[in-house]
Design a protein around this ligand. Structure first.
Ligand SMILES: Nc1ncnc2c1ncn2[C@@H]1O[C@H](COP(=O)(O)OP(=O)(O)OP(=O)(O)O)[C@@H](O)[C@H]1O
Length: 446
């Protein structure tokens, strides 16, 4: 009987351990709050001081603090780590707010994030400066990018759309007020279209005009016709469309002048024109030429694009440009245009140079992270902006049908923009029933 109970206990313990191991891998969302979080929290609390000490993240206190923390018996002053101000558990990790003592800066902690990650046995540690003198250590208990689930609270608002999940479990927002012009790069099958889908799905809910440029004959964007104000599917149409957008930009500047303001958002709401987001899929199609006639079109197109990229922010016209590569090999004007696109998202690339094209000027230390994105993780990217900050993100997997549904649901939000009427994609009547949407853009009269 005793043997049997020992055997049963041992089997039970083994099964429990096996179950936990299985849950850790297969159901990390359940494992984390039940097991991972208490273990990590305990580990953090018990080893905080010693970990910070061995990581070189302590400083000799000065003045009153030195007096308060001195070891009276040995008459010596112990170095102190940053003060823990707050520990907050989340569904994916643990957030710790630290007050930095004089002599430590956020970069010191960021440089040790790998060591902290190993010391506390978590998947990642990201250091974010929340205000001068304070940082937040964002620990994630497991690889949240393996199966992306966006935080429930992440909804489109203002001019910002949550498009992907960051490695620290927070939503990455594409915010047009913060980074008006952006470039998304990536090799074939790296997830660029998925990123654009996620963006369009969110933008569809906002009171903005969406302008599509998809010179792969519209294969990707024509399905979103019900929510598009304009769609160009050939370089010729795109050249005309950009010409019209430049004229609109100039008229909007006149309007700003009239009201004595310098930005669209300072205009009274009743006269403020709808913001426009121009979504360009595969930008190289706009740059490539095959004849002399194309050369003139290309010149027009690139000039319009550069003018928009340089000035249109103030009048609420924003560019979202996507491509496989975007360097001087595309020809005159490419690097000049790229410099204006300060928001960057770089997916898996085929060579380091492409990662450099996207990141070297805004976040050079992120270049090697982008070069290491594995093929079996489509949708993963490095997002950076001109502030120097960057993060690893992954887009949720969204089917085209889901985006089509959103575009139909919010079709009533298409703003009234008569100047774009010649480019408005027509949605055949039968397309409003369930089923694939077939769109034939109207021919453009130049
Ligand atoms: N976030 C993601 N999660 C899971 N699978 C994804 C994700 N993003 C993309 N994929 C898958 O990867 C494949 C390629 O994605 P996508 O078409 O977006 O790449 P792309 O860079 O636009 O490719 P191309 O340049 O060839 O058009 C698709 O099969 C898609 O389902």
């Amino acid at each position: 009987m005793t043997d049997l109970s020992v055997w049963l206990e041992a089997t039970g313990a083994l099964a429990g351990a096996g179950g936990l191991g299985y849950a850790k891998y297969r159901a990390p969302r359940v494992y984390w709050p039940l097991v991972g979080l208490p273990v990590t929290w305990g580990r953090f609390s018990l080893s905080y001081r010693s970990t910070m000490d061995v990581c070189g993240l302590t400083v000799h206190p000065s003045g009153l603090r030195a007096f308060m923390t001195r070891n009276v018996a040995r008459r010596e002053v112990q170095p102190v780590p940053p003060k823990v101000r707050r520990v907050r558990p989340t569904s994916t990790g643990l957030r710790v707010t630290l007050r930095l003592p004089a002599g430590l800066e956020p970069a010191d902690l960021a440089a040790s994030s790998e060591r902290l990650r190993h010391a506390w046995g978590v998947h990642s540690v990201t250091v974010v400066e929340t205000k001068p003198g304070f940082v937040e250590l964002r620990m994630t208990g497991y690889d949240v990018l393996r199966r992306v689930r966006m935080p429930r609270k992440a909804r489109p608002h203002g001019m910002a759309v949550p498009v992907a999940l960051r490695e620290d479990g927070t939503a990455f927002e594409r915010d047009y007020r913060k980074a008006p012009m952006a470039l998304t790069l990536g090799a074939n099958q790296s997830g660029k279209s998925m990123y654009l889908r996620s963006l369009i799905k969110g933008l569809a809910e906002l009171p903005v005009g969406l302008v599509g440029v998809d010179c792969k004959r519209g294969v990707e964007q024509s399905a979103f016709a019900p929510r598009l104000s304009a769609l160009a599917t050939t370089p010729d149409q795109a050249a005309s469309l950009f010409g019209v957008l430049v004229v609109e930009m100039e008229e909007r500047f006149d309007l700003l002048n009239l009201h004595g303001v310098s930005d669209l958002w300072e205009l009274p709401e009743d006269v403020r024109p709808a913001p426009l987001i121009v979504l360009v899929d595969e930008v190289s199609e706009l740059f490539l030429i095959s004849s002399r006639k194309d050369e003139e079109r290309r010149e027009r197109l690139v000039t319009s694009l550069i003018r928009l990229a340089q000035m249109a922010r103030a009048v609420g016209i924003y560019l979202e440009i996507c491509g496989q590569r975007f360097g001087s090999d595309l020809g005159k004007g490419a690097t000049m245009l790229r410099a204006q696109l300060t928001g960057r998202v770089v997916h898996r690339v085929n060579d380091k140079q492409t990662a450099e094209m996207g990141l070297a000027d805004v976040a050079p230390e992120a270049v090697h992270v982008a070069s290491l994105i594995p093929m079996e993780r489509p949708g993963t990217a490095v997002a950076a902006d001109a502030s120097g900050g960057w993060s690893k993100i992954r887009t949720p997997e969204i089917s085209k049908a889901e985006v089509v549904v959103a575009c139909r649901e919010f079709a009533h939000l298409v703003p009234d923009l008569p100047f774009l009427d010649p480019f408005r994609p027509t949605v055949p009547v039968e397309a409003s029933a369930d089923g694939p949407v077939l769109v034939k853009p109207r021919p453009v009269t130049e």
